[in-house]
Write a protein that binds this ligand. Structure first.
Ligand code: FMN
Length: 164
């Protein structure tokens, strides 16, 4: 069941973001595709993090996280932040970073950034679902081509087709 579940999920195109934190538990970041909007009132997203991640405890202890939505040209960055053999310093050596108002690193050139507090968590199986309240948002002019994870590879989104 686990293998066929993973195969099925590989056919579900996902966003690609960098999720970052900084604070008393240190600066950490990783590539994440399990992220979705929950509600715009109050602005809330959920992020699913594997509890076996090296950075997991730091996110919960810092109680805050930054989300940088990736686009065209960010695939190398996404690979670096998914590489568990790279230190935090080496990962953040890729890209140019600003510090958000709540203290989390936010990527220059991201399609949008969200500065959040972690307001609640729910454990399911291997992962924690983090309920994140969004406090500050930046949106880059022009969406360009988004980056997506589909069939276990990165893809750039093509130009618009039928608008709904
Ligand atoms: C496209 C892509 C999406 C990923 N999505 C997630 C995710 O949603 N949640 C998660 O915990 N790990 C996800 N990962 C794996 C982490 O990025 C990877 O395990 C990372 O090395 C964890 O860092 P850490 O152990 O230093 O905390 C993803 C990796 C890739 C390449």
């Amino acid at each position: 069941m686990q293998a066929v579940f993973r195969n099925a999920m590989s056919r579900l195109g996902s966003p690609v973001v960098l999720v970052t934190t900084d604070g008393p538990a240190g600066r950490h970041g990783l590539t994440v595709s399990a992220i979705t909007s929950v509600t715009d009132t109050p602005p809330t997203v959920l992020v699913c993090l594997n509890r076996s991640n090296q950075s997991h405890r730091a996110f919960l202890e810092n109680g805050r996280l930054g989300i940088s939505i990736l686009g065209k040209g960010h695939d190398t960055l996404a690979c670096a932040f998914a590489n568990s053999t790279l230190s935090s310093t080496d990962r953040f050596g890729h890209g140019t970073w600003q510090t958000g108002p709540l203290g989390s690193p936010l990527l220059d050139g991201a399609l949008a950034t969200l500065d959040c507090t972690i307001d609640d968590t729910h454990s399911i199986g291997t992962h924690d679902v983090l309920i994140c309240r969004v406090h500050t948002i930046t949106v880059k002019d022009g969406a360009g081509h988004g980056l997506t994870w589909f069939d276990r590879s990165f893809h750039y989104l093509p130009p618009k087709c039928t608008p709904c």
